[in-house]
Design a protein around this ligand. Structure first.
Ligand SMILES: [Zn+2]
Ligand SMILES: [Zn+2]
Length: 440
Protein backbone atom coordinates (compact mmCIF):
# COMPACT_ATOMS: atom_id res chain seq x y z
CA UNK A 1 0.00 0.00 0.00
CA UNK A 2 1.32 3.44 -0.86
CA UNK A 3 1.62 6.34 1.52
CA UNK A 4 2.55 9.55 -0.30
CA UNK A 5 4.94 11.30 2.07
CA UNK A 6 4.27 14.81 0.76
CA UNK A 7 0.59 14.83 1.64
CA UNK A 8 1.38 13.46 5.11
CA UNK A 9 3.90 16.22 5.75
CA UNK A 10 1.51 18.92 4.61
CA UNK A 11 -1.20 17.73 6.94
CA UNK A 12 1.18 17.19 9.85
CA UNK A 13 2.17 20.84 9.40
CA UNK A 14 -1.49 21.80 9.32
CA UNK A 15 -2.13 19.88 12.54
CA UNK A 16 0.97 21.42 14.11
CA UNK A 17 -0.31 24.85 13.16
CA UNK A 18 -3.71 24.02 14.63
CA UNK A 19 -2.21 22.83 17.91
CA UNK A 20 0.53 25.48 18.13
CA UNK A 21 -1.70 28.11 19.70
CA UNK A 22 -2.77 25.84 22.55
CA UNK A 23 0.44 23.97 23.19
CA UNK A 24 0.60 25.21 26.80
CA UNK A 25 -2.74 23.66 27.75
CA UNK A 26 -4.77 20.80 26.32
CA UNK A 27 -7.01 21.68 23.36
CA UNK A 28 -10.52 22.71 24.36
CA UNK A 29 -13.41 21.15 22.49
CA UNK A 30 -14.56 23.84 20.06
CA UNK A 31 -18.25 24.71 20.52
CA UNK A 32 -18.91 21.75 22.84
CA UNK A 33 -21.99 23.39 24.43
CA UNK A 34 -23.45 24.35 21.04
CA UNK A 35 -22.81 20.84 19.67
CA UNK A 36 -24.45 19.14 22.67
CA UNK A 37 -27.45 21.50 22.37
CA UNK A 38 -27.90 20.86 18.65
CA UNK A 39 -27.68 17.07 19.03
CA UNK A 40 -30.12 17.07 21.96
CA UNK A 41 -32.57 19.18 19.98
CA UNK A 42 -32.47 16.94 16.88
CA UNK A 43 -32.58 13.65 18.78
CA UNK A 44 -36.21 12.75 17.98
CA UNK A 45 -35.29 12.92 14.27
CA UNK A 46 -32.17 10.79 14.80
CA UNK A 47 -34.14 8.24 16.83
CA UNK A 48 -36.72 7.90 14.04
CA UNK A 49 -34.09 7.52 11.33
CA UNK A 50 -32.17 4.99 13.43
CA UNK A 51 -35.15 2.76 14.15
CA UNK A 52 -36.20 2.83 10.49
CA UNK A 53 -32.70 1.87 9.34
CA UNK A 54 -32.50 -0.79 12.04
CA UNK A 55 -35.72 -2.41 10.85
CA UNK A 56 -34.65 -2.42 7.17
CA UNK A 57 -31.05 -3.65 6.88
CA UNK A 58 -29.58 -4.45 3.48
CA UNK A 59 -26.44 -6.53 2.93
CA UNK A 60 -23.29 -5.65 0.97
CA UNK A 61 -24.00 -3.90 -2.37
CA UNK A 62 -27.77 -4.27 -1.89
CA UNK A 63 -28.05 -1.04 0.17
CA UNK A 64 -30.42 0.71 -2.24
CA UNK A 65 -33.16 1.81 0.16
CA UNK A 66 -30.59 2.75 2.82
CA UNK A 67 -28.51 4.87 0.44
CA UNK A 68 -31.61 6.60 -0.98
CA UNK A 69 -32.75 7.52 2.52
CA UNK A 70 -29.38 8.99 3.49
CA UNK A 71 -29.13 10.83 0.17
CA UNK A 72 -32.55 12.46 0.72
CA UNK A 73 -31.68 13.53 4.28
CA UNK A 74 -28.31 14.96 3.22
CA UNK A 75 -29.89 16.95 0.37
CA UNK A 76 -32.31 18.48 2.87
CA UNK A 77 -29.30 19.59 4.92
CA UNK A 78 -27.84 21.41 1.91
CA UNK A 79 -25.17 18.87 0.91
CA UNK A 80 -24.42 18.22 -2.76
CA UNK A 81 -25.05 14.48 -3.08
CA UNK A 82 -23.71 12.04 -5.68
CA UNK A 83 -25.22 8.56 -5.61
CA UNK A 84 -24.01 5.20 -6.93
CA UNK A 85 -20.33 5.81 -6.21
CA UNK A 86 -18.81 2.33 -5.86
CA UNK A 87 -22.15 0.77 -6.87
CA UNK A 88 -24.38 1.72 -3.91
CA UNK A 89 -22.22 4.28 -2.10
CA UNK A 90 -22.79 8.01 -1.87
CA UNK A 91 -20.72 11.15 -1.47
CA UNK A 92 -22.14 14.31 0.12
CA UNK A 93 -20.16 17.54 -0.06
CA UNK A 94 -20.68 20.83 1.76
CA UNK A 95 -18.29 23.62 0.74
CA UNK A 96 -17.85 26.48 3.18
CA UNK A 97 -14.88 28.61 2.19
CA UNK A 98 -11.15 28.01 2.25
CA UNK A 99 -9.90 25.40 4.69
CA UNK A 100 -9.20 21.69 5.05
CA UNK A 101 -11.38 19.00 3.53
CA UNK A 102 -12.53 16.64 6.26
CA UNK A 103 -13.97 13.24 5.37
CA UNK A 104 -16.45 11.37 7.57
CA UNK A 105 -17.30 7.81 6.61
CA UNK A 106 -20.23 5.64 7.56
CA UNK A 107 -21.01 2.13 6.38
CA UNK A 108 -24.36 1.23 4.83
CA UNK A 109 -24.53 -2.54 5.11
CA UNK A 110 -26.05 -5.04 7.49
CA UNK A 111 -25.32 -8.75 7.82
CA UNK A 112 -27.08 -11.84 6.44
CA UNK A 113 -28.31 -13.25 9.76
CA UNK A 114 -31.42 -13.28 11.91
CA UNK A 115 -31.87 -10.69 14.65
CA UNK A 116 -32.88 -12.19 18.00
CA UNK A 117 -32.99 -9.09 20.21
CA UNK A 118 -36.79 -9.05 20.51
CA UNK A 119 -36.70 -5.23 20.21
CA UNK A 120 -39.94 -3.61 18.96
CA UNK A 121 -38.02 -2.26 15.95
CA UNK A 122 -36.08 -5.52 15.31
CA UNK A 123 -35.45 -6.44 11.69
CA UNK A 124 -37.57 -9.04 9.89
CA UNK A 125 -36.08 -8.03 6.53
CA UNK A 126 -34.42 -10.38 4.05
CA UNK A 127 -31.69 -10.32 1.43
CA UNK A 128 -32.82 -9.53 -2.15
CA UNK A 129 -33.00 -13.23 -3.05
CA UNK A 130 -34.99 -13.94 0.11
CA UNK A 131 -32.47 -16.56 1.21
CA UNK A 132 -31.45 -15.00 4.53
CA UNK A 133 -32.65 -12.57 7.14
CA UNK A 134 -30.75 -9.29 7.39
CA UNK A 135 -29.65 -7.54 10.57
CA UNK A 136 -27.70 -4.46 11.63
CA UNK A 137 -25.81 -6.54 14.18
CA UNK A 138 -22.57 -4.63 13.56
CA UNK A 139 -24.21 -1.33 14.53
CA UNK A 140 -23.80 0.34 11.13
CA UNK A 141 -27.25 1.86 11.72
CA UNK A 142 -25.83 3.62 14.81
CA UNK A 143 -23.01 4.95 12.63
CA UNK A 144 -25.43 6.19 9.95
CA UNK A 145 -27.53 8.03 12.56
CA UNK A 146 -24.39 9.58 14.09
CA UNK A 147 -23.15 10.51 10.59
CA UNK A 148 -26.43 12.31 9.83
CA UNK A 149 -26.38 13.94 13.28
CA UNK A 150 -22.85 15.25 12.76
CA UNK A 151 -23.69 16.45 9.23
CA UNK A 152 -26.71 18.41 10.49
CA UNK A 153 -24.84 19.80 13.52
CA UNK A 154 -21.96 21.01 11.35
CA UNK A 155 -24.30 22.42 8.70
CA UNK A 156 -26.19 24.38 11.36
CA UNK A 157 -22.92 25.68 12.85
CA UNK A 158 -21.61 26.73 9.43
CA UNK A 159 -20.78 30.25 10.60
CA UNK A 160 -18.25 28.79 13.05
CA UNK A 161 -15.91 26.97 10.66
CA UNK A 162 -14.28 27.10 7.24
CA UNK A 163 -13.43 24.26 4.90
CA UNK A 164 -15.17 21.41 3.08
CA UNK A 165 -17.16 18.55 4.56
CA UNK A 166 -16.99 15.29 2.63
CA UNK A 167 -19.46 12.82 4.12
CA UNK A 168 -19.30 9.42 2.46
CA UNK A 169 -21.59 6.42 2.96
CA UNK A 170 -19.77 3.28 1.98
CA UNK A 171 -21.32 0.00 0.88
CA UNK A 172 -20.10 -3.50 1.68
CA UNK A 173 -17.87 -2.94 4.69
CA UNK A 174 -18.70 -6.43 5.95
CA UNK A 175 -17.20 -8.04 2.86
CA UNK A 176 -14.21 -5.67 3.09
CA UNK A 177 -14.84 -4.52 -0.47
CA UNK A 178 -16.87 -1.29 -0.36
CA UNK A 179 -14.00 1.13 0.34
CA UNK A 180 -12.10 -0.36 -2.59
CA UNK A 181 -15.20 -0.08 -4.80
CA UNK A 182 -15.55 3.64 -3.98
CA UNK A 183 -11.83 4.33 -4.52
CA UNK A 184 -11.88 2.44 -7.84
CA UNK A 185 -14.89 4.54 -8.86
CA UNK A 186 -12.79 7.69 -8.49
CA UNK A 187 -13.62 8.76 -4.93
CA UNK A 188 -10.49 10.90 -4.63
CA UNK A 189 -10.46 11.95 -8.29
CA UNK A 190 -14.06 12.97 -8.92
CA UNK A 191 -14.28 14.50 -5.43
CA UNK A 192 -11.71 16.35 -3.32
CA UNK A 193 -8.99 14.26 -1.71
CA UNK A 194 -9.50 14.88 2.01
CA UNK A 195 -6.81 16.26 4.32
CA UNK A 196 -8.13 14.26 7.28
CA UNK A 197 -10.59 11.35 7.61
CA UNK A 198 -12.70 10.10 10.53
CA UNK A 199 -14.91 7.09 11.14
CA UNK A 200 -16.43 5.66 14.28
CA UNK A 201 -17.62 2.22 15.30
CA UNK A 202 -20.13 1.26 17.97
CA UNK A 203 -18.60 -1.09 20.51
CA UNK A 204 -19.81 -2.91 23.65
CA UNK A 205 -18.48 -0.14 25.91
CA UNK A 206 -20.59 1.92 28.32
CA UNK A 207 -22.68 4.52 26.52
CA UNK A 208 -21.42 8.06 26.99
CA UNK A 209 -17.85 6.86 26.52
CA UNK A 210 -15.42 7.15 23.61
CA UNK A 211 -12.36 4.91 23.08
CA UNK A 212 -9.40 5.36 20.72
CA UNK A 213 -5.73 4.66 20.22
CA UNK A 214 -2.86 5.91 18.10
CA UNK A 215 -1.25 3.46 15.68
CA UNK A 216 -2.98 0.20 14.68
CA UNK A 217 -6.59 -0.14 15.85
CA UNK A 218 -7.68 -3.03 13.65
CA UNK A 219 -5.88 -5.98 12.14
CA UNK A 220 -4.44 -6.97 8.79
CA UNK A 221 -6.57 -9.82 7.56
CA UNK A 222 -5.48 -12.49 5.10
CA UNK A 223 -7.52 -15.51 4.07
CA UNK A 224 -5.79 -18.87 3.82
CA UNK A 225 -7.01 -21.61 1.55
CA UNK A 226 -4.92 -24.74 1.15
CA UNK A 227 -5.61 -27.90 -0.77
CA UNK A 228 -3.48 -30.79 0.44
CA UNK A 229 -2.99 -33.25 -2.38
CA UNK A 230 -2.62 -36.95 -1.56
CA UNK A 231 -3.48 -40.13 -3.36
CA UNK A 232 -6.79 -41.75 -2.54
CA UNK A 233 -7.05 -45.40 -1.61
CA UNK A 234 -8.56 -48.06 0.64
CA UNK A 235 -8.61 -47.31 4.35
CA UNK A 236 -7.07 -50.71 5.04
CA UNK A 237 -4.07 -50.10 2.76
CA UNK A 238 -2.59 -46.69 3.64
CA UNK A 239 0.79 -47.77 2.25
CA UNK A 240 -0.75 -47.76 -1.25
CA UNK A 241 -2.08 -44.23 -0.75
CA UNK A 242 -0.89 -40.80 0.39
CA UNK A 243 -3.18 -39.69 3.21
CA UNK A 244 -4.02 -35.97 2.93
CA UNK A 245 -6.05 -36.13 6.17
CA UNK A 246 -2.89 -36.93 8.14
CA UNK A 247 -1.03 -34.16 6.29
CA UNK A 248 -3.76 -31.60 6.99
CA UNK A 249 -3.94 -32.67 10.64
CA UNK A 250 -0.20 -32.17 11.04
CA UNK A 251 -0.43 -28.76 9.35
CA UNK A 252 -3.27 -27.59 11.59
CA UNK A 253 -1.29 -28.39 14.74
CA UNK A 254 2.17 -27.33 13.52
CA UNK A 255 1.06 -24.01 12.04
CA UNK A 256 0.39 -22.75 15.57
CA UNK A 257 4.12 -22.87 16.32
CA UNK A 258 4.52 -19.97 13.89
CA UNK A 259 2.49 -17.95 16.37
CA UNK A 260 4.02 -19.36 19.56
CA UNK A 261 7.66 -19.98 18.52
CA UNK A 262 8.49 -17.65 15.63
CA UNK A 263 6.52 -14.44 16.15
CA UNK A 264 7.62 -11.87 18.74
CA UNK A 265 5.38 -12.73 21.73
CA UNK A 266 4.74 -9.01 22.38
CA UNK A 267 3.24 -8.57 18.92
CA UNK A 268 -0.32 -9.49 17.97
CA UNK A 269 -0.76 -12.33 15.50
CA UNK A 270 -3.32 -15.09 14.97
CA UNK A 271 -3.64 -18.03 12.60
CA UNK A 272 -7.04 -19.70 12.78
CA UNK A 273 -8.16 -22.70 10.77
CA UNK A 274 -11.92 -22.34 10.64
CA UNK A 275 -12.91 -25.00 8.12
CA UNK A 276 -11.63 -28.39 7.02
CA UNK A 277 -13.21 -30.53 4.33
CA UNK A 278 -12.04 -33.95 3.21
CA UNK A 279 -13.30 -37.45 2.75
CA UNK A 280 -16.73 -39.00 2.69
CA UNK A 281 -16.68 -42.24 4.70
CA UNK A 282 -14.41 -43.96 7.19
CA UNK A 283 -12.77 -46.58 4.99
CA UNK A 284 -11.68 -44.42 2.07
CA UNK A 285 -8.55 -42.30 2.06
CA UNK A 286 -9.52 -39.21 0.05
CA UNK A 287 -7.49 -37.61 -2.72
CA UNK A 288 -7.47 -34.13 -1.25
CA UNK A 289 -8.30 -32.13 1.85
CA UNK A 290 -9.28 -28.45 1.87
CA UNK A 291 -8.31 -26.25 4.79
CA UNK A 292 -9.51 -22.66 5.16
CA UNK A 293 -8.67 -20.05 7.75
CA UNK A 294 -7.75 -16.49 8.58
CA UNK A 295 -4.45 -14.81 9.44
CA UNK A 296 -4.52 -11.62 11.55
CA UNK A 297 -1.78 -9.17 12.52
CA UNK A 298 -1.17 -5.48 13.19
CA UNK A 299 2.32 -4.88 11.82
CA UNK A 300 3.50 -5.57 8.25
CA UNK A 301 6.52 -7.48 9.65
CA UNK A 302 4.37 -9.89 11.65
CA UNK A 303 2.03 -10.26 8.68
CA UNK A 304 4.93 -11.28 6.40
CA UNK A 305 6.25 -13.69 9.04
CA UNK A 306 2.86 -15.38 9.42
CA UNK A 307 2.21 -15.63 5.67
CA UNK A 308 5.68 -17.04 5.08
CA UNK A 309 5.28 -19.47 7.98
CA UNK A 310 1.92 -20.76 6.78
CA UNK A 311 3.35 -21.43 3.32
CA UNK A 312 6.45 -23.11 4.75
CA UNK A 313 4.55 -25.37 7.18
CA UNK A 314 2.03 -26.34 4.48
CA UNK A 315 4.81 -27.36 2.08
CA UNK A 316 6.79 -29.13 4.83
CA UNK A 317 3.74 -31.08 6.03
CA UNK A 318 3.25 -32.39 2.50
CA UNK A 319 6.99 -33.05 1.98
CA UNK A 320 7.13 -35.13 5.18
CA UNK A 321 4.52 -37.46 3.70
CA UNK A 322 6.23 -37.51 0.31
CA UNK A 323 3.05 -35.97 -1.10
CA UNK A 324 2.75 -33.59 -4.05
CA UNK A 325 3.08 -29.92 -3.10
CA UNK A 326 -0.12 -28.41 -1.72
CA UNK A 327 -1.97 -25.57 -3.46
CA UNK A 328 -1.61 -22.63 -1.10
CA UNK A 329 -3.70 -19.51 -1.65
CA UNK A 330 -3.19 -16.58 0.70
CA UNK A 331 -5.54 -13.72 -0.22
CA UNK A 332 -5.14 -10.27 1.31
CA UNK A 333 -8.30 -8.96 2.97
CA UNK A 334 -8.33 -5.63 4.79
CA UNK A 335 -5.14 -3.90 5.89
CA UNK A 336 -4.81 -2.68 9.49
CA UNK A 337 -6.16 0.79 10.25
CA UNK A 338 -3.25 2.85 11.53
CA UNK A 339 -4.49 5.97 13.32
CA UNK A 340 -2.41 9.12 12.84
CA UNK A 341 -0.71 9.88 16.18
CA UNK A 342 -0.91 13.70 15.92
CA UNK A 343 -4.56 13.62 14.90
CA UNK A 344 -5.38 11.24 17.76
CA UNK A 345 -3.56 13.42 20.33
CA UNK A 346 -5.45 16.51 19.27
CA UNK A 347 -8.83 14.77 19.11
CA UNK A 348 -8.18 13.05 22.43
CA UNK A 349 -7.81 16.45 24.14
CA UNK A 350 -11.07 17.59 22.51
CA UNK A 351 -12.93 14.44 23.62
CA UNK A 352 -11.56 14.67 27.17
CA UNK A 353 -12.64 18.28 27.45
CA UNK A 354 -16.13 17.50 26.13
CA UNK A 355 -16.86 14.16 27.86
CA UNK A 356 -14.42 14.17 30.81
CA UNK A 357 -11.15 12.22 30.99
CA UNK A 358 -12.92 9.19 32.51
CA UNK A 359 -15.23 8.90 29.49
CA UNK A 360 -12.64 9.47 26.76
CA UNK A 361 -9.87 6.94 27.09
CA UNK A 362 -7.31 5.01 25.15
CA UNK A 363 -8.31 1.38 24.55
CA UNK A 364 -6.69 -1.70 23.07
CA UNK A 365 -6.86 -2.23 19.31
CA UNK A 366 -9.52 -4.61 18.02
CA UNK A 367 -8.43 -7.85 16.40
CA UNK A 368 -11.14 -7.56 13.74
CA UNK A 369 -10.52 -5.98 10.33
CA UNK A 370 -12.12 -2.92 8.75
CA UNK A 371 -11.70 -1.48 5.29
CA UNK A 372 -11.54 2.14 6.50
CA UNK A 373 -7.79 1.41 6.23
CA UNK A 374 -8.12 1.67 2.43
CA UNK A 375 -8.62 5.47 2.71
CA UNK A 376 -5.76 5.96 5.18
CA UNK A 377 -3.52 3.95 2.88
CA UNK A 378 -4.11 6.58 0.18
CA UNK A 379 -2.00 8.82 2.42
CA UNK A 380 -4.76 10.48 4.45
CA UNK A 381 -4.13 11.00 8.19
CA UNK A 382 -7.05 9.21 9.77
CA UNK A 383 -8.70 8.41 13.06
CA UNK A 384 -11.07 5.52 13.68
CA UNK A 385 -12.63 5.59 17.15
CA UNK A 386 -15.15 3.64 19.19
CA UNK A 387 -18.30 4.74 20.99
CA UNK A 388 -20.16 2.80 23.70
CA UNK A 389 -23.71 1.46 23.34
CA UNK A 390 -24.64 -0.33 26.58
CA UNK A 391 -25.75 0.86 30.04
CA UNK A 392 -22.67 1.35 32.27
CA UNK A 393 -24.00 -1.01 34.99
CA UNK A 394 -24.60 -3.76 32.40
CA UNK A 395 -21.02 -3.36 31.11
CA UNK A 396 -19.61 -3.33 34.66
CA UNK A 397 -21.59 -6.47 35.60
CA UNK A 398 -20.27 -8.28 32.50
CA UNK A 399 -16.70 -7.52 33.54
CA UNK A 400 -17.09 -9.15 36.97
CA UNK A 401 -16.01 -12.81 37.18
CA UNK A 402 -18.99 -15.00 36.30
CA UNK A 403 -20.94 -11.91 35.14
CA UNK A 404 -23.53 -12.11 32.37
CA UNK A 405 -21.66 -11.58 29.08
CA UNK A 406 -22.92 -8.78 26.84
CA UNK A 407 -23.65 -9.31 23.18
CA UNK A 408 -20.74 -8.29 20.96
CA UNK A 409 -20.96 -6.89 17.42
CA UNK A 410 -22.17 -9.59 14.98
CA UNK A 411 -24.16 -11.33 17.74
CA UNK A 412 -27.86 -11.85 16.91
CA UNK A 413 -28.50 -10.25 20.32
CA UNK A 414 -26.43 -7.08 19.67
CA UNK A 415 -28.77 -4.35 20.87
CA UNK A 416 -27.32 -0.83 21.23
CA UNK A 417 -29.35 1.44 23.51
CA UNK A 418 -30.24 4.26 21.06
CA UNK A 419 -30.29 7.11 23.58
CA UNK A 420 -27.73 8.31 24.63
CA UNK A 421 -25.45 6.11 22.45
CA UNK A 422 -26.37 7.91 19.20
CA UNK A 423 -26.12 11.33 20.87
CA UNK A 424 -22.59 10.67 22.13
CA UNK A 425 -21.54 9.31 18.74
CA UNK A 426 -22.99 12.32 16.87
CA UNK A 427 -21.42 14.75 19.33
CA UNK A 428 -18.02 13.04 19.23
CA UNK A 429 -17.96 13.03 15.43
CA UNK A 430 -19.05 16.70 15.21
CA UNK A 431 -16.34 17.73 17.70
CA UNK A 432 -13.62 15.67 16.00
CA UNK A 433 -14.45 17.31 12.66
CA UNK A 434 -14.62 20.81 14.13
CA UNK A 435 -11.17 20.21 15.62
CA UNK A 436 -9.80 19.57 12.13
CA UNK A 437 -11.59 22.42 10.29
CA UNK A 438 -10.39 26.02 10.11
CA UNK A 439 -11.87 28.90 12.15
CA UNK A 440 -13.49 31.78 10.29
ZN1 LIG B 1 -19.09 -6.00 11.17
ZN1 LIG C 1 -18.80 -2.90 11.45
Amino acid sequence: MKRPALKRTAVSLLLLALTAGVSAQPAAAPLKTEVAGKVDGMYPWLDGVYKDLHAHPEIAFQEVRTAAKLAAEMRKLGFEVTEKVGRTGLVAILRNGAGPTVMVRTELDGLPMEEKTGLPYASRAHTQDGAAFTTHSCGHDVHMAAWLGAARTLAELKAQWKGTLMFIAQPAEETVSGARAMLDDGLFKRFPKPDVAFALHSWPLAYGTVGFEAGPVSSNSDALEIRFNGRGGHGSAPDKAIDPIAIAARFIVDVQTIVSREKDPKEFGVVTVGAIQGGTVGNIIPDTVQVRGTIRSYSPEVREKLLDGVRRVANASAAMADAPAPDVRLTPGGAAIVNDAALVRRTEAIFQDAFGAKNAQRMPAMTASEDFSAYANEGIPSMFFFTGVYAPDVVAAAQRPGGKPIAFNHSPFYAPVPEPSIKTAAQAMSLAVLGALARP
